[in-house]
Every structure is written in C-alpha cells, then in structure tokens.
Design a binder for this molecule. Structure first.
Ligand code: NG1
Ligand code: ZN
Length: 531
C-alpha cells in the first residue's frame, strides 16, 4: 500500500536513532535537538490525523525549546482554536514518538483506528519555528511527516510561538483576524496605536522602553514593529541575536526571573524600565535597576495584577453589568501578589497546576479571565458574552460609558487570546502604564513581593514525587510533606513546595519567606530533604 512507502521513507529519512524514552510534557517534546528528528516527523503524521479528527480544521506545529539553551529543541502541537493540544492526546503523541521504526506503521494504524480518523478527509498543518540553527531541519522533517499522510503543510518560517497560535486560530475562525504575520501586526499593533491616540502621555510615564530580546525571535519581530510605531513608544532593542549574543544565555525572561539578575547585553540607565522576552516570544517580565544598580523585578504576577486592575476600572466605568472577572495563578505566584489581588483588588483567584493549558482552562470559567504564571507567561481571555455586552455599550451607552467600553474593545484587540504572548502583553502593559501615568518604580509600589528562591535538584527518579492541591502539597514519597512542613514552620511568612519539572529532568524547589536570607535558607533545606 502507499502507506508502506511512507514508512520505508521514514526509516530512510528520519530514522529513530536513540532509545531514550521521550515524553510529551507541559511544553510538548523538549530535549537535545539531535534526538528529535524522528519525533518531529512522527508529530507531522499525528498532526494530520488530528486535523482529520477535527474535520480538516488546521492544526499547528511549533518547533522551539522556548527559554532553553541553543543545543535543545522541541515540538508542540496547537489545536484548532489556537490552544495547546488536548490533554488526552499527549499519551498518544508519546506512544507514537517512542515506537521503533519497525512498529511505526502498525502503531500509526492503531492510533487512526483509536481516534476514529477519516483518512479520506483533507488535512492542513501550519508549521512555525524559532531561530535555533537546528530548527529548519526539524521543520522540514515536520513537513515531510505531514506530506507522508497526504496532508497540506504550510511553513511560516521563523515566527514567535504565539504568532503561530494566532495564525492557526485565524485560519479556523476568520472573525479573529488574518492568518499571516502581517495580519497579526495589523490587529495587535494596530489596536495599540488606536488606543494610544485616545490616551495622553502624562504623569511619570516615559515613552522610551528598553527591550531584552533574549537573542531569539521576539526581539527580531519587535524590530519590524518598531518601524511602524510613531511617537507612541520608542523601543530600544538589545539582544537581537547579532554580535555573538547567544540564545537565552545569561539573558531573557527566564534568566531574569530565576536569577533575579539583569541580563548581559543590555545597556542600563537608573530607573529605565526594561522588558525582557524569552527565546520564542511567549514570556515577558519587566525590571529596572535603581541608582545603586539594585534589581527590581516586575514579573508575571505584577503584569497580571496591572492588567486585572485596569480591566476592572474600565468595566466599572462602562457600567457593564454581570461581567465576572477572575485571575488564575499557580503555586509559583508570590504570596504577596495573591493577598493583594484578593484583599485590595477584590478579584477572585484560582490556583492551578503549572502549565499554561491548566491556567487557560481555569480562566475560561470567568467572563474575563486573566491568567499568568509568575515567569511571565500568560494572557487575558474574554468570553463571547463579555465581548457582546461591551460592544453594545460601546455603541449605545452614555458618553462616559461608551468611552470606557471603546477603550476596552481596543484592549481586547491588543490581546492575543490564544496563548501567552510577550509582544501582545508588552503592548497591554504599556497601555496601562500610559493610561495611569506610571513609571516602573510606581508600578512596583502596588505591593511588596515576599523574597523567594527557586532551586533545581537532580534526583534518580523525579517522578517518585507526586503532588496534590495544585502542586502545593506532595503525597509521595512518604514523609516528605511532613518534613517540608517541619522545615517551613519556623519561618515568618514561610512557604515552600516541590514538584517534578515537566520540561527538564529535575525536581523544582520553591521557597518564600520574610527575608531573602530566610527564603534562600529554606529553599536549601527543602532541597536537602528532597535529595
Ligand atoms: P516545568 O519545567 O514543568 O517547571 C516550565 C515552567 C512552566 C511552563 C513550562 C513550559 C516554571 C516554574 N515552570 O515548566 O511554568 O512555562 O516550563 O515552558 O517556570
Ligand atoms: Zn517560551
């Protein structure tokens, strides 16, 4: 049969060369790039099957290892509405990635049967990649997989992860926008320019923004956008991948958040705010150095609170009734942020397991859901109901109500609702800072973060650790939680938890307490207990 030819081709062109077991985790498959070619080819096959199960709607494939260093790479699938692959398919993806070349044919046939795919339907797959030197080869393997099962691949070349999610969504729902990179700029940057014409620059807001591009794709795209921005925002871009700068090495959002240090490659001026992106442009944190070079971090929790409070203000001013706004965090959210949101903003908070798919899912239960991981990955989603109410007020409300509702509609258009997006989030943050006349230092004044520390511990089997209660408690190995409780007890404002990473072969330890010394000490003690 023709499929026989497909599998002969697979063995020939994209053979499985390693016996290392690989798993579809929180961010798809992610490992050393040289172990991935057969995996990506097979995900091309799976994307076609998935597209057919979804009646020929377009599926996305993104080749990236996000904030990991250059030698790594990865692949993840994007579902038709631009969201992460449905969870029940993760196990299927893992099975297909790990079978031997000899069993590839029979396993593919089994999967087709299991998911009841009609293989006579058309199938469409959008493929994007980050700037890694191993990405073009992997993107080609992905396209080969798609073609092998007679699907139609469309390659977008180098794009940010959220741009690919956006294009997939638009392709399947043309009311959302045009499924191209240009369409993305038109909608998101266009809405930003729109809203900025309605706001005046005042107070402590400074229109100059420095950006750390992590030597990845996000900075490159901002360089394109920069030219189309007028006086609204003056971007000074650093770490764009030239001058020997290495991807994510001592720079980028993950480095800044975890090490709490300023990245290399960026010029600094006292109190100048800097936006730091990660390697594939889906995470964003801000920071500034003060006049003694002290680091002041504004992480995902800060962005979430800033956006939530501004949206609340606009919803209130528009006098929209019956719109319930909520915020979703993970256990990594700083305890001070959670207290500020519930007590000061009076916005309900849900805590879920790590991984954007969990946050996104929980956010759906609000009319407007703001979700962010502390590391700067997040966005806002608005229900159809909320959008309808706001649109109506924008047209029919009293002048003051109308004004607020129209600002809110621009805000919605700046938002990439499919997934956390550093570029979209950057324009959202800049909008709020401008509307409120805020400097970064004044933004930071909203609340004081509890000092915290994150550590990684390498153990023999990280999956020996099981957790519950949104990963805040561990249930195995026996006795570990009791030990953590004992260690935490003496610390003022102490909190600590451990969980196996879904993207690296490590156990992550998190601790916070009233001083940095205490947070560091508690983290080290808990790490010792894990080890
Ligand atoms: P793991 O490795 O499972 O902790 C990390 C991040 C997640 C998420 C994924 C995907 C932390 C503590 N964890 O997951 O939030 O962003 O990577 O990139 O930041
Ligand atoms: Zn990323």
């Amino acid at each position: 049969s023709s499929l026989r030819v497909v599998y002969a081709f697979a063995r020939e062109m994209h053979p499985k060369t390693s016996d290392v077991f690989i798993e579809y985790g929180t961010a798809g498959f992610r490992t050393k790039a040289n172990l991935l070619e057969h995996v990506v080819y097979r995900m091309g096959l799976l994307a076609v099957i998935r597209s057919r199960v979804k009646n020929g709607r377009t599926i996305g494939m993104m080749i990236t290892a996000s904030h990991n260093l250059e030698p790594d790479n990865g692949v993840k699938l994007v579902d038709p509405d631009g969201e992460m692959l449905e969870q029940s398919w993760e196990e299927i993806a893992t099975r297909l990635a790990n079978v031997s070349d000899n069993d590839l044919e029979s396993t593919t046939a089994e999967i087709i049967k299991q998911v009841n795919a009609d293989m006579s339907l058309k199938a469409s797959v959008f493929i994007g990649m980050d700037t890694r030197y191993t990405s073009p080869r992997l993107a080609a393997a992905a396209a080969n997989g798609v073609i092998a099962l007679k699907g139609t691949p469309k390659e977008f070349g180098i794009v940010t992860t959220p741009m690919l999610h956006y294009c997939v969504k638009c392709r399947n729902d043309n009311t959302y926008g045009t499924p191209t990179e240009e369409g993305y700029y038109e909608k998101i940057v266009g809405a930003f320019k729109n809203i900025r014409q309605k706001l005046s620059v005042w107070g402590d807001y400074d229109t100059t923004l420095y950006v750390d591009g992590a030597n990845g794709v996000g900075g490159k795209k901002l360089n394109i956008i920069k030219k189309s921005l007028g006086g609204e925002l003056d971007l000074k871009l650093y770490n764009l991948g030239g001058n020997g700068g290495k991807l994510n090495l001592n720079c980028g959002a993950d480095f800044v958040k975890v090490s709490q240090k300023a990245p290399v490659g960026v010029e600094h001026a006292p109190f100048q705010r800097v936006a730091s992106l990660d390697g594939d442009g889906d995470r964003l944190v801000y920071y500034y150095l003060n006049d003694t070079d002290k680091m002041n971090l504004l992480d995902g929790d800060r962005i979430a609170t800033l956006l939530a409070s501004y949206i609340t203000e606009l919803v209130t001013a528009s006098e929209a009734q019956d719109i319930r706004l909520g915020l979703v965090q993970t256990a990594y959210a700083n305890g001070a942020s959670t207290a500020y949101i519930t007590k000061h903003l009076k916005v309900p908070v849900t805590c879920v397991k790590t991984g954007v798919k969990h946050l996104h899912h929980a956010a759906l239960s609000y009319d407007i859901g703001v979700y962010f991981e502390a590391n700067g990955h997040g966005t806002v989603i608005y229900s159809d109901k909320a959008k309808k109410i706001i649109r109506k007020i924008a047209q029919e409300g009293e002048p003051e109500q109308r004004k607020a509702a129209q600002l809110l509609l621009d805000f919605v258009d700046i938002t990439n609702e499919t997934v956390g997006d550093a570029i979209s989030d950057l324009f959202l943050v800049e909008t709020v800072l401008c509307a409120r006349g805020l400097s970064a230092a004044r933004w930071l004044k909203a609340y004081d973060d509890l000092p915290c520390r994150q550590l990684k511990v390498t153990v023999k089997d990280r999956n020996a650790i099981s957790t519950t209660d949104a990963e805040r408690q561990c249930t195995a190995p026996e006795g570990l939680q009791t030990r953590i409780n004992e260690l935490v007890a003496p610390y003022k404002h102490g909190r600590s938890f451990v969980r196996p990473s879904g993207t690296e072969d490590v156990v992550r330890v998190y601790a916070e307490a009233d001083t940095q010394e205490s947070a560091d000490k508690l983290a080290a003690e808990v790490a010792q207990a894990v080890f």
